[in-house]
Design a protein around this ligand. Structure first.
Ligand SMILES: O=C(O)CCC(=O)C(=O)O
Ligand SMILES: [Fe+2]
Length: 347
């Protein structure tokens, strides 16, 4: 749906400067309870991606861990992913440096009201929409011919080069993870990758959360599950803020230095016929510190059909989801209304 209500961009980052009254549009009213900013920390399994590549008993143990963590909390922390600590710092750094630029410079990458891509914040689709306390840069990485380079920051100077390299690394990593997921369910290694097909999509979103005057009332990102197949999050090493919902309770996801946080998106939940769970998560804000994260969403090309792998459907585990195309197309509107798109894919 095209954005209809406002095309005037008001960066959250600027509001911090002259925020004398509480901005009503940001107050998260869905619950009577205050937002628990310091929710208990949950232990997310750490998985050694290097050991997954080989057929050895250590790989079997790691695959088992992968299956269990993706079927329970829907997350794992990837280590030995082939990227150095200083490279990941550079990826984080280009985002931080961009948001620290003068507004005039950032506005060169401003998204238009018709498009998600570029610098801005969420499209406002209804006057009742509760706004997120975050500004973003949203960029298509793949297919490469769909990149909108006029919206890619030219400042910091290394932005493009580093993001390009990061996208190449993640493309390879994503194949390793998809193969491991198939193996962990005793499927042919290429099972999920085949559904994924050529010309897959990859989108990066730099999320910037400025300090917020009332973290107990305002969210950085509303509760949602990702529309991707898999999401790779480069967390902020210094400030936590991501929370996941398990059995109706919010838990804080810890930051593991140099690990990449990987989560199941709706499309892998569908492909695995519900064995892997796409977790409901949100980002809280911090009254003193800013926070910046880099999320990369990987998903099959919108022209492809997504459905549960046939081998996973048996008499005792019937098919739970329909065949779908262009899953992402209907996502944004549902998100803003607090609805889950995956509900519509259920049989
Ligand atoms: O910033 C975070 O920790 C979470 C970001 C997220 O969930 C998203 O971009 O979809
Ligand atoms: Fe997310």
């Amino acid at each position: 749906m095209a954005e209809t209500l406002t095309s005037v961009f008001s960066p959250v980052q600027e509001m911090v400067v002259d925020c004398n009254t509480l901005p009503e549009r940001f107050i998260y009213k869905r619950s009577d309870e205050a937002i628990d900013v310091n929710s208990p920390v949950i232990d997310i399994p750490v998985i050694d991606l290097n050991s997954l590549k080989y057929s050895a008993p250590s790989a079997d143990k790691e695959l088992e861990k992968l299956r269990t963590s993706f079927s329970s909390c829907g997350y794992f922390q990837a280590i030995n992913h082939g990227m150095t600590s200083s490279f990941l710092d550079q990826v984080h750094g280009i985002g931080k440096d961009f948001f620290a630029l003068p507004m005039k410079e950032k506005l060169k990458c401003l998204r238009t009201s018709e498009d998600m891509e570029g610098y801005g914040n969420d499209p406002v689709l209804s006057e009742h929409q509760i706004l997120d306390w975050s500004d973003r840069v949203y960029l298509t990485l793949n297919p490469e011919d769909q990149r909108k380079f006029h919206l890619w920051p030219q400042n910091p100077k290394k932005f493009r080069e580093i993001l390009q390299e990061y996208s190449e690394r993640l493309k390879l990593l994503n194949e390793v993870v998809l193969k491991a997921l198939s193996r962990s369910l005793n499927l042919k290694e290429s099972c999920f990758l085949d559904q994924y097909g050529e010309n897959a999509n990859m989108v990066a979103r730099f999320n910037y959360y400025p300090p917020c005057p009332r973290p107990e009332l305002i969210l950085g990102i509303k509760p949602h599950a990702d529309e991707s197949a898999l999401t790779y999050i480069l967390q902020d090493k210094k400030v936590e803020g991501l929370q996941i919902l398990i059995d109706d309770q919010w838990f804080t996801v810890p930051t593991v230095p140099d690990a990449l946080l990987v989560n199941v998106g709706d499309q892998v939940e569908i492909m695995s016929n519900g064995i892997f769970k796409s977790p409901l998560h949100r980002a809280v804000t911090n009254s003193e510190k800013e926070r910046m994260t880099v999320a990369v969403f990987c998903f099959p090309n919108s022209s492809r059909d997504i459905e549960p792998a046939e081998q996973l459907i048996t008499e005792t585990s019937p098919r739970l989801y329909k065949k779908i195309k262009n899953y992402v197309g209907s996502y944004s509107e549902n998100y803003q209304q607090g609805k889950r798109t995956i509900e519509a894919a259920k049989i």
